[in-house]
Design a protein around this ligand. Structure first.
Ligand SMILES: Cc1cc2nc3c(=O)[nH]c(=O)nc-3n(C[C@H](O)[C@H](O)[C@H](O)COP(=O)(O)O)c2cc1C
Length: 313
């Protein structure tokens, strides 16, 4: 059986989403949490860890993710997450492509200066009492860069290497390179996880044919736009659009209710729900029109009216 995981989407696949998702949909084995930043200095402020508190994550197995440039700071954050929150698997982000992150040597900044990768791994893998997993991209601006890195990754006790099959300079658009992932499969001693552009069952089936040895797949945007996707992949059968609507309505109404409790003020609430609709509308009948109607709403009342009308008329 294959393993399917939720990709971290900061602001989207947080604990609120994960809990509502897990209560309604099947097929996911674990989630990788959006990153928390390693903080400089001796003490970690526990409030930055609120999204990964075990008590808020009982419905879906979770691997926390840390982003940082300074090996000592990342190691300290890993130790706090292990010792104080009890996680036995922690991930390091070496893939985030956003300029303010990269310019500080974090995320894809590691790919820009590969020496920093080994300095980081020397420190965090030394005497680690927990499993370390790593998420990165195929390269900074050359998708073949990864082929030179894998032999070195092989020397470290990394339990899982998640590869978003793009370069950092591509951000989230343009071609993915599954054929380079296939070459990585041949040379990696570390189990690899495929990530990038799985939006429908057909995308997965094509990739699976190209990569028959790959048994672990991570899905981000495709899962938010079609929450049924993991169960479709695991069963090999599509769920008909008509059968999806009632569950999508429930999914939306639970997400809305949760955010109503935690977000302050209608502008934040509407902003957050509109973020989700940018993904969800992609996969709904007449989704473009729905999204433009939702985007135009300015009050919670008109928003609720628009959503209700969509599901009931
Ligand atoms: C809004 C957004 C936020 C993201 N946040 C993170 C993050 O916190 N950590 C991370 O490793 N990747 C992050 N990513 C990258 C995704 O995890 C994933 O690698 C990428 O979206 C490609 O997978 P997909 O095509 O299945 O979405 C983010 C992507 C998006 C679009």
């Amino acid at each position: 059986m294959i393993t399917l995981s939720v990709a971290p989407l900061r602001g989207i696949t947080n604990s609120t989403f994960r809990n509502v998702y897990a209560s309604l949909f099947e097929g996911i084995d674990y989630a990788l949490a959006p990153f928390v930043s390693a903080t400089a200095g001796k003490k970690v402020n526990l409030s930055v860890l609120k999204d990964i508190l075990p008590g808020k994550n009982e419905l879906m197995p979770l691997i926390p993710q840390v982003i940082g440039a300074n090996p000592a700071d990342v190691k300290m954050m890993f130790n706090v997450i292990h010792q104080e929150l009890g996680y036995d698997r922690i991930n390091i982000n070496m893939g985030c492509p956003h300029r303010p992150i990269v310019s500080k040597g974090r995320g894809s900044g590691f790919l820009k200066k590969p020496d920093s990768i080994w300095k980081m791994l020397d420190t965090i893998c030394d005497d680690a009492k927990f499993e370390i997993t790593l998420k990165t991209r195929l390269g900074y601006d050359d998708p073949k860069q990864i082929l030179g890195l894998i032999p070195k990754f092989n020397d470290y006790p990394i339990s899982e290497l998640i590869l978003h099959t793009r370069t950092a300079t591509q951000m989230y658009k343009g071609a993915t390179y599954p054929e380079i992932f296939a070459q990585c499969m041949n040379i990696s001693k570390i189990p690899l996880v495929y990530n990038g552009d799985i939006f429908c069952l057909d995308d997965y089936t094509k990739l699976q044919k190209m990569l028959p040895e790959c048994d672990s797949w991570m899905i981000g945007r495709g899962l938010v736009s079609n929450p049924f996707l993991p169960s479709e992949i695991k069963s090999g059968k599509l769920v008909a659009d008509g059968e999806k609507l009632a569950t999508m309505e429930e999914f939306h109404s639970q997400l809305f209710a949760e955010y109503q409790n935690i977000l302050f003020g209608p502008a934040h609430l509407l902003g957050k729900m509109k973020e989700y609709w940018c993904y969800m509308a992609d996969n709904m009948p007449d989704g473009k029109k729905l999204l433009s109607n939702i985007r135009r709403t300015k009050t919670v009342e008109s928003y609720n009216h628009t959503v209700y009308k969509y599901f009931h008329e």
